[in-house]
Ligand binder design. Structure first.
Ligand SMILES: *[C@@H]1O[C@H](CO)[C@@H](O)[C@H](O)[C@H]1NC(C)=O
Ligand SMILES: *[C@@H]1O[C@H](CO)[C@@H](O)[C@H](O)[C@H]1NC(C)=O
Ligand SMILES: *[C@@H]1O[C@H](CO)[C@@H](O)[C@H](O)[C@H]1NC(C)=O
Ligand SMILES: *[C@@H]1O[C@H](CO)[C@@H](O)[C@H](O)[C@H]1NC(C)=O
Length: 330
């Protein structure tokens, strides 16, 4: 059954109302990816207008958490497989993604989801709210496709691997999803992350994400090597690009995440040396995700612009900024 617009609005309201209750530190990586992308889009670029219009002015880092809020709602359970691609490889000995083998057409995966919503976000024949939903999915999937354990079937992407992190038991998946990013921001005392750490203590994840993004921007924003790494962006060949990104992340499953095998992972506290080694990988994932998202957003907005379609809800924009040029008097 297709949810109606009315249902969706009720749902969105519930989700937004309860956001402060359910938002976990786990969303820090997602928020930071989106926050970093915003820093890479020039202020006057139409991508900003497209975003504020499709998201009804919601903060984009919050909008990008929407897919995690709905995936456990039964009528949206079909979206759960869109968050990952379960590579049936053999880590730590052999890592690889094979699209035919790993992405079931009946369910889809993060690669086909990126292609699907890239198409839908710009599809003028779709109702506006559906394009907004696709935008929220995209803001989210740029994070997921860069997380190594979202590209691995073994032990459900590490969810079934019990490990120690700072003297507490966790599963390996959540170590990568939430604990490492959280610790990076918490312990960072110098070099510019301090602002983020202070805000983190105040418990405002949105501010922590923006501050961490600013730190990453100043550290890598003008690094030409990073520019090369993010060069290809999928708008017209989305499956091919998304598959390449997933394969990059998947390679880290063998080269670092599960490098020593299960026994090794279970024999030590991952909050120590393992954490130190993971920091540059997490930073690289977020930087790549954020910069690729920025390029994607700009290309989508530019394509709409070139086609002579503003791609935005003019009425909504005018309601939000009465008296601006082109809006007329009301
Ligand atoms: C990918 O998987 C399919 C289906 O299992 C198989 O036929 C194909 O040979 C695989 N391709 C590669 C490059 O391993
Ligand atoms: C594309 O997204 C729409 C809206 O979420 C969904 O109904 C449809 O099943 C998706 N198609 C594919 C091939 O994933
Ligand atoms: C994929 O992972 C699941 C859950 O750990 C496991 O039951 C299944 O056997 C795995 N599939 C393959 C082909 O290894
Ligand atoms: C976090 O900070 C943002 C931006 O300053 C603010 O809009 C938001 O209300 C804050 N959230 C909480 C839960 O304090």
């Amino acid at each position: 059954m297709q949810p109606t617009k009315h249902h969706l609005l009720i749902l969105l309201t519930l989700v937004t109302t309860h956001l402060h209750l359910v938002a976990s530190w786990g969303s820090l990586g997602h928020r930071t990816t989106v926050a970093l992308s915003l820093l890479h889009i020039p202020q006057t670029h139409p991508a900003h207008t497209l975003l504020s219009s499709l998201l009804h002015n919601q903060d984009p880092t919050t909008a990008g958490l929407f897919p995690d809020k709905i995936r456990y709602i039964p009528s949206f359970a079909y979206t759960a497989p869109w968050h990952y691609i379960d590579a049936l490889d053999n880590p730590p000995h052999q890592c690889s993604i094979n699209f035919t083998r790993d992405c079931l057409p009946s369910e889809g995966c993060v690669v086909t989801a990126i292609a699907n919503h890239t198409e839908r976000v710009a599809d003028q024949t779709l109702p506006f709210w559906q394009r907004g939903q696709s935008m929220r999915f995209m803001l989210h999937f740029f994070g997921d496709v860069h997380q190594p354990l979202h590209t691995e079937n073994l032990s459900r992407g590490g969810n079934d691997i019990d490990v120690m992190f700072d003297r507490q038991r966790h599963n390996l998946h959540s170590v990568w999803d939430t604990l490492i990013p959280k610790k990076i921001v918490e312990i960072a005392g110098d070099g510019g992350v301090l602002g983020a750490a202070q805000r983190w203590d105040l418990g405002n994840e949105t501010e922590a994400a923006y501050a961490w993004a600013e730190f990453l921007y100043s550290k890598y924003g003008h690094d030409d090597r990073v520019a090369e790494m993010v060069d290809h962006v999928c708008v017209h060949d989305a499956v091919e690009c998304a598959l390449r990104w997933a394969s990059e992340a998947n390679a880290y499953v063998c080269s670092y995440v599960m490098k020593g095998g299960l026994e090794d992972l279970e024999s030590k506290d991952l909050g120590e040396e393992y954490f130190e080694g993971a920091v540059p990988i997490i930073e690289e994932m977020i930087v790549k995700g954020g910069r690729r998202l920025a390029r994607w957003l700009m290309m989508v907005a530019q394509d709409l612009h070139d086609a002579g379609i503003s791609g935005v809800d003019e009425q909504l924009l005018c309601r939000n900024s009465e008296g601006s040029p082109g809006c007329g008097a009301s």
